[in-house]
Design a protein around this ligand. Structure first.
Ligand code: NAD
Length: 309
């Protein structure tokens, strides 16, 4: 149903997502504040725009993939932002795939719903925003196998699904606006804590004389099995980042970022989350110790295996 797709934020994830949109046959217009990145796209023959507003003017739907809440806020509401047209917006759908806090997603969704469309599209009178953060890193973005967790109007979600599936292999509808963002930070909170649990158990096992490879086999055929149980000890799983000096994978700094969002959201709703606070402390320290670019499973080597030495 969409022909012209705007895309803003051509970083590690966004640049790869755009390639998949182009492969799927969409007419794409892109923007990034980094001129070098933008030039790469114009050299490839992709239509590039100077501002988010110009992207909006050229598109039926706009996707944003930006570092954090403040960038998303600026791109939507700043000078020359997507909503600068205010009362006369061309795209009827704005999809934010950045990982941000649910509160910002909800605020923006209300702001977007108050704008009026330049041209009526079917029964859509006002534009709609979906929060649609992704699970899966750079490799999944490149392969087009991301999972999108989507919050906002269900009707808009169904309309957006084919577009999202051109960049991913799964979409999960999570309910009202902000629920996609909530799902994403809760998923990563669970993953952060499970990695700490698996690392601590493997370290204790080693101290008790069980080889990490044996204990991993036990975990992976017993009740401790989880995504993290495949990961943290070098040499146990050949394909895991731990076996290539924790290269690639999901960077510790992104995990710390997502835990910050979870911690801030917990405060916002008045929920006590003791493991969130502790995990945030540990991953923050890991980054400060210089491991911010390494896969977050390196928390094993730097905090747990050290207990043996
Ligand atoms: P990145 O830093 O590589 O890319 C962000 C891009 O946004 C950059 O090119 C930057 O120049 C651009 N940008 C920043 N401010 C801008 C503005 N005001 N206007 C236009 N462009 C602007 O980040 P990334 O790794 O691609 O991640 C993007 C989002 O996806 C983040 O929210 C991140 O948490 C989330 N995410 C990342 C991964 C991953 O593995 N990298 C996985 C899942 C989710």
């Amino acid at each position: 149903e969409f022909e012209s797709v705007g895309f803003i934020g051509l970083g590690n994830m966004g640049s790869r997502m755009v390639h998949n949109l182009i492969k799927a046959g969409y007419k794409v217009a892109v923007h990034d504040i980094n001129c070098n990145v933008l030039k790469k796209f114009s050299d490839m023959g992709v239509s590039t725009k100077e501002t988010p507003f110009e992207v909006a003017e050229a598109s039926d739907v706009v996707i944003t993939m930006l570092p954090s809440s403040s960038h998303v806020f600026d791109v939507f509401t700043g000078p020359n932002g997507l909503l600068q047209g205010g009362n006369l917006l061309r795209p009827w759908l704005l999809i934010d795939s950045s990982t941000i806090d649910p509160q910002t997603s909800r605020k923006l969704s209300v702001t977007v719903s108050k704008c009026i469309l330049k041209e009526k599209k079917d029964h859509w009178v006002n534009p709609v925003m979906l929060d649609a953060p992704v699970s899966g890193g750079v490799l999944a973005a490149e392969a087009g196998t991301l999972a999108f967790m989507v919050g906002g109007s269900e009707e808009a979600y169904l309309a957006a699904k084919p577009l999202l599936l051109s960049m991913g292999k799964n979409t999960i509808y999570c309910g009202k606006a902000g629920n996609g963002s909530a799902a994403k930070i809760c998923n990563n909170l669970a993953m952060a804590v499970s990695m700490l649990g698996i690392s601590e158990a493997l370290a204790l096992g080693q101290s008790l004389g069980i080889a990490a490879s044996t204990l991993t086999r036990v975990f992976n055929s017993s009740s401790a099995r989880c995504w993290s149980s495949y990961n943290p000890v070098p040499g146990v799983m050949e394909a895991a980042p731990s076996s290539r000096n924790y290269d690639g994978g999901f960077a510790s700094k992104l995990m710390a970022k997502d835990l910050n969002l979870a911690a801030a959201s917990a405060i916002d709703v008045g929920r006590k989350c003791p493991l969130t606070s502790q995990a945030l402390e540990i991953y923050t320290e890991l980054c400060q110790d210089g491991h911010e670019a390494r896969d977050f499973s390196c928390v094993f080597r730097h905090y747990y295996s050290g207990m043996d030495e």
